[in-house]
Design a protein. Structure first.
Length: 507
């Protein structure tokens, strides 16, 4: 089944699953969810992706939360916020009456302590460093100015703070000691953990949750990795939802949405012929999204813009991929070096997206448009080393919109700061444009959200004009649900809200 057919089917399934809240008959009160990588202990800061942030989302609250279907944010534990004129002090006012699962109140002092624990050099979790530029990174101190007001003191203006605070890795957790004397983290989310063992985490709904009672009384997360395992569990009626790491083999009940993992073509703009803008545009025009979609199968879909659909500040407009044969010929006129065959670097990964197959498709499409290239397949480590040294001419690369903020994607891929060769290189195009640098730096420092959005849209317009790198695809986030599941909506981050899900007619 092709991607377009799958996505059409998913729209129908979503419509079927999203019935009115009051229409469900009384059914089983336990939801069984299959995921890969169920953690033995639940620490929100332990991961950016996978099962840990998904489970943490149900147990721990964040100050702000992602909106449905988007990385735009809305209030959660914090009902309002403000930032100082110089952008160094962010002040959040907490919601009244919220309690942790052990009954203690969620105060500004507890929130500050939760964040301060993550600043120290001995703190666990890799996600913190990715979201806040290291540990402690841009964060100097978190303090309580009164019982309901918490302040983040920064070492430099950092506007992405507001977006990344919605990620479960930055959730508020209270450190305590259990009856067995073992340290544990307590949340204030819609569910509390009641049992955890190898490959299994059981949670139960908190009746007094500030956001309203959950629709299902218990959620049990189970370790389910392979299609064989998932299909057997579904057939035995022992599983209600499965969030597979890639497209499922069985498409009955499957849902998908574009995620945050992006594949792109990096042009080494310091080398001929890709130092010329017209050549880069010719490559973009020669790549038909429909042809790329076949090579991507069900793992991803072609990306027509510089940001995925679920990321706030995405610029709408003409797609950057695809064009006519005449357009390609005009752009190439007198430009491509006679007899030259460019080398495209790509990894040997054949997982969710089969990179060698996609690279071969790109090679064929460009060859048909009189842009001769040859593909060089290497291991991921060798690809990274070659990219950081700038040894490539062009390369097929994958990265992520970290935390859902445009800054943590556009800035490292496009600015002069990230274009120095060596281990710290992230701008594999080695593209330098002072105008773009200025726009992206200002966007990272301004706290006024509408102005930030305008700057990021301007940055995307500059990128569309110069094309130092070319967006190719965005991976799909998948879910599979039994017909009795209601109100399941996938989020592009993979951090889905499950407290509104219910079951109909399962005894």
């Amino acid at each position: 089944m092709r991607v377009s057919a799958v996505l059409s089917a998913c729209v129908i399934v979503l419509a079927c699953l999203g019935g009115p809240a009051g229409s469900s008959a009384q059914g089983r009160k336990e939801l069984r969810v299959g995921v890969a990588g169920v953690p033995a202990t639940l620490d929100p800061a332990a991961a950016l992706e996978g099962a840990t942030p998904l489970i943490a989302r149900q147990v721990f609250d964040t100050l702000v939360v992602y909106r449905e279907g988007s990385t735009e944010i809305e209030p959660a534990l914090a009902t309002r916020w403000a930032v100082s004129r110089e952008g160094l002090v962010w002040t959040f006012t907490l919601r009244e009456g919220v309690r942790f699962h052990d009954g203690s109140p969620v105060t500004a002092a507890e929130v500050a302590a939760s964040f301060q624990r993550q600043i120290g050099p001995d703190a666990s979790g890799a996600a913190w460093a990715a979201l806040l530029r290291g540990r402690p990174g841009v964060l100097k101190e978190v303090r309580a100015s009164d019982a309901r007001t918490v302040q983040f003191i920064l070492v430099q203006p950092y506007a992405p703070l507001l977006t990344v605070l919605a990620h479960p890795a930055l959730a508020v957790a209270r450190a305590t000691t259990g009856p067995d004397g073992v340290p544990r983290l307590v949340g204030s989310g819609p569910y509390r953990v009641v049992d955890a063992s190898a490959g299994r985490v059981a949670t139960e709904a908190v009746p007094s949750y500030w956001g309203g009672p959950a629709r299902i009384e218990r959620i049990v997360f189970l370790e389910v990795v392979t299609d064989d395992n998932a299909e057997a569990e579904f057939d035995a009626r022992a599983l209600d939802i499965w969030f597979p790491p890639g497209p499922p083999r069985r498409m009955a009940g499957a849902l998908s949405t574009p995620g945050l993992r992006v594949g792109y073509l990096a042009f080494q703009t310091e080398k001929e012929p890709f130092s010329r803008k017209k050549i880069r545009h010719a490559v973009a025009a020669a790549l038909d999204p429909a042809v790329l979609g076949v090579a991507l199968d069900n793992g991803a879909v072609p990306l027509p813009s510089f940001l995925p659909a679920g990321v706030w500040a995405r610029r709408e407009g003409s797609p950057v991929l695809g064009g006519t044969r005449d357009t390609v010929r005009t752009l190439l006129a007198g430009g491509w070096p006679k007899g030259h065959k460019a080398t495209m670097l790509a990894s040997d990964e054949t997982g969710v997206v089969n990179i060698p197959r996609l690279a071969a498709t790109v090679e064929t499409a460009l060859g048909a448009a009189d842009i001769p290239i040859q593909v060089r397949i290497e291991t991921a480590d060798k690809v990274r080393t070659a990219l950081q040294a700038g040894e490539h001419e062009m390369a097929l690369v994958e990265t992520m919109v970290v935390g859902g903020d445009p800054h943590l994607f556009l800035f490292p891929l496009s600015t002069s700061e990230a274009a120095s060769k060596g281990p710290r290189a992230l701008n594999y195009s080695f593209y330098r444009n002072p105008r773009l640098d200025d726009v992206l730096v200002r966007a990272s420092q301004l706290s006024f959200r509408p102005e930030r959005a305008k700057l990021y849209q301007r940055a995307q317009a500059l990128l569309a004009d110069d094309l130092p790198w070319l967006p190719i695809y965005v991976r799909l986030v998948w879910g599979v649900a039994r017909p009795e599941v209601r109100n399941l909506r996938l989020h592009p981050t993979g951090v889905h809200r499950l407290h509104a899900v219910s079951l109909e007619g399962i005894p």
